[in-house]
Each structure stands twice: as structure tokens, then as C-alpha cells.
Write a protein that binds this ligand. Structure first.
Ligand code: MG
Length: 203
């Protein structure tokens, strides 16, 4: 399986990182080795001094597809959750400044935390669903999928022009503002709608 990630899909986060608003979705991929073991702590890797959390709504692909039209994209997923796109920001900034690919900073082992899957049917409208991340019981990220520049269905359609979607693939739909640095002993809880999707501790 592969994880397709979307960068710069919320205006407030684009401003926060002083990035340019893109003309089309920014995509990158994490390999299966980036998956974190659920219920284990996140261990800060030794090649970064600034690993950051990015909470994102994630979807699980349930059909194979290529060149999917936006109007049919909803047929390609029925489970949603919250995930964390762990990012070695110092390394990413260095790579970005040199015009180099981001993979070392975004796709390292353990860089993708996948929350508990929920049927999308339990949410009234997945394109208008709130989500939030708490750090040490304080709210750090809070948004709604309605604030995405490109909707889930538009992202599926766009990504499938380049990458065949396969059963079990996951799409990370982008992070809102409020990203920040992880410190040892931090405790996180993530929610989609009213449902708890993930918890993790940093070591
Ligand atoms: Mg991200």
C-alpha cells in the first residue's frame, strides 16, 4: 500500500508556513514503512531537532481506480479517520531551500500515524466535518473539512491522474494551522466529529 499526502490544502496553514498558494494540489507519497504502530509511543528520530505534528483527515481507498471523475470519487472510500503527518521541519526547510525532494523529512519510518477508522456514513457530510487535535489537553489544531481548498473527492480525482489508487491506500488530505514541535512526554488526542480517532505519547 501507499499513502498519498496533500500539502497546502488549508489557507491558514499556507500562511502559517509562509508558503505560496498552489495552482493545483501538492502531492507526495509515504511508503508502507512510514506507518506507525498503533498504541505505541512516537519516538523522535535522531536526524531532526524539530519534528512537528500535522493532524489531517484521512480516507481509506476501497476500490482500484485510475482517472476517477470527481462525481464518482465518493464510491472509492467508505472509511475516514484522523492521521498525523509527522514532519522533520528543519530537514524539510533545508530540502525546500535547495529545491530537493521532501521524502527524508516526510516519509521516514514511523512518519504516518493512522487513527481508528470510522464509516463515513456516521458523519452527516464528510466535506463539512470538524476535527481537532489536543496536546497535553490543550487545543492546538481545530478545523473543518469545509475549509479545504480541494475537497476529498477533488483530491481523489486529481491524485488518480498520476497514481493508480489501490485497495488499502490511504490519502492524507492536508493539515490546517496550529502545527508545532513535538517534545518528549507530550500527549496527544485527535478527534473527527465527536469521535476519538487517535492518541499517542512522544518519547
Ligand atoms: Mg501534511
Amino acid at each position: 500500500m501507499k499513502i498519498i499526502c496533500v500539502g497546502r490544502n488549508y489557507n491558514d496553514h499556507i500562511k502559517e508556513l509562509k508558503n505560496q498558494k498552489p495552482q493545483s494540489p501538492v502531492l507526495f507519497i509515504k511508503p508502507d514503512t512510514s506507518l506507525c504502530q498503533p498504541n505505541l509511543p512516537f519516538y523522535i528520530p535522531n536526524f531532526t531537532n524539530d519534528v512537528q505534528y500535522e493532524a489531517e483527515v484521512i480516507i481509506l481507498i476501497n476500490r482500484i481506480g485510475k482517472h476517477i471523475q470527481t462525481k464518482f470519487a465518493h464510491k472509492y472510500y467508505d472509511k475516514v479517520s484522523l492521521g498525523i503527518d509527522f514532519t522533520a521541519r528543519d530537514l524539510q526547510n533545508e530540502l525546500k531551500s535547495k529545491g530537493l525532494p521532501w521524502e527524508k523529512s516526510k516519509s521516514f519510518d514511523g512518519s504516518a500515524l493512522i487513527g481508528k477508522w470510522y464509516s463515513k456514513e456516521i458523519f452527516l457530510d464528510i466535506n463539512n466535518t470538524p476535527f481537532k487535535l489536543l496536546k497535553n489537553n490543550r487545543l492546538v489544531q481545530k478545523s473543518n473539512t469545509s475549509s479545504m481548498i480541494w475537497s476529498v473527492d477533488e483530491l481523489i480525482s486529481y491524485a488518480s491522474k498520476f497514481f493508480t489508487l489501490k485497495i488499502g491506500d490511504i490519502i492524507f488530505t492536508g493539515t490546517p494551522s496550529g502545527v508545532g514541535t513535538l517534545k518528549k512526554e507530550d500527549d496527544f488526542q485527535g478527534f473527527i466529529g465527536e469521535k476519538i480517532a487517535l492518541t499517542f505519547k512522544v518519547k
